[in-house]
Design a protein around this ligand. Structure first.
Ligand SMILES: [Zn+2]
Length: 295
């Protein structure tokens, strides 16, 4: 999926789901817009639902999508949980080594990569910390930052497949205007062809996303925008239930799915990811092969 995005100048949306409603909304948007997508779960969500149930939910929901859909574990510093999802057949994991010093981060990432690759699973590597706290993981200040050369040296030592460097974005809602660093993507891409991931995709404009994609970003993570869409639509639906004194849960479910599906669709459009006539897509947890051409 990453290679296809690199070759065709778009970014694959990586969308954090929290339950079956948000999962179905992501798959519905991917299907409607003919876009490959990555379904992501935070460590918190994976633990809340359980790896087995989440894996089965994904397999069932994605089976008829008609586009490649991958299942990815977001920001995980816990090698035990990584082993669990690798064994369950997930497509990829983000090993979060951003709280560790350089040498320790390289050693531990290398161990995760060796294990994951032996099972055909890709690894996204983060050794610089991205500002902001997401589902209880992260920090509000920059602790580890390296030169593009040092980042690529680490990637070569660890064998990581995707890189998540600091790019001026932050997790959660922006508390101040970010200083975005698309030129850093350019600098890293000059040294490696490993796909680069943009975290903290909530709150950027279409132009800002385009600048990042032109600089060489091929995966963009979106979590907070989907949570806001989910909770905002739920609140509105519950207020209507209260006003009319009609308490019908499927009405709430539909409101949430419709809202999240629309938010996902807006991001697919901003990332230029839709409109593929897919020749062969096996939407399985091992990741489909993307061989599409523009419709
Ligand atoms: Zn992130």
């Amino acid at each position: 999926m990453m290679r296809h995005a690199q070759e065709h100048g778009y970014a694959v949306p990586a969308l954090n789901v929290v339950d079956d409603l948000s999962l179905r909304a992501v798959v519905a948007a991917a299907r409607r817009l003919a876009s490959p997508v990555i379904v992501q779960a935070s460590v918190k969500t994976a633990r809340a639902i359980g790896v087995d149930l989440l894996t089965r939910m994904f397999e069932t929901a994605s089976a008829a999508a008609g586009v490649p859909i991958a299942l990815h574990l977001d920001h995980c510093p816990d090698e035990g949980l990584i082993r669990e999802v690798v064994e369950a057949g997930w497509s990829s994991v983000l090993f979060d080594a951003s709280s560790l010093d350089y040498d320790e981060a390289v050693t531990r990432t290398r161990r995760v990569v060796d294990y994951a690759h032996a099972h055909g699973v890709d690894v996204e590597s983060e050794i610089e910390n991205i500002v902001g706290v997401e589902d209880g993981v992260g920090s509000d200040s920059l602790v580890h930052s390296y030169s593009p050369e040092r980042l690529v040296e680490a990637a070569e030592k660890t064998g990581a497949d995707l890189l998540a460097p600091q790019l001026g974005t932050q997790h959660g809602q922006y508390t101040r205007r970010p200083r975005l660093l698309p030129e850093r993507v350019h600098d890293i891409r000059r040294l490696t062809d490993r796909p680069i991931v943009l975290h903290g995709g909530t709150g950027l404009t279409g132009d800002q996303f385009r600048a990042f994609i032109e600089a060489g970003i091929s995966k963009i993570n979106v979590s907070t925008a989907l949570k806001r869409s989910y909770m905002g639509s739920a609140l509105e639906s519950l207020r209507e239930a209260e006003a009319g004194d009609v308490w019908d849960p499927p009405v709430l479910f539909r409101a949430i799915e419709t809202s999240v599906e629309q938010t996902v669709g807006e991001h697919i459009a901003m990332f230029g990811a839709g409109g593929w006539a897919v020749d062969s897509a096996s939407a399985c947890s091992a990741g489909g092969r993307m061989q599409g051409r523009r419709r």
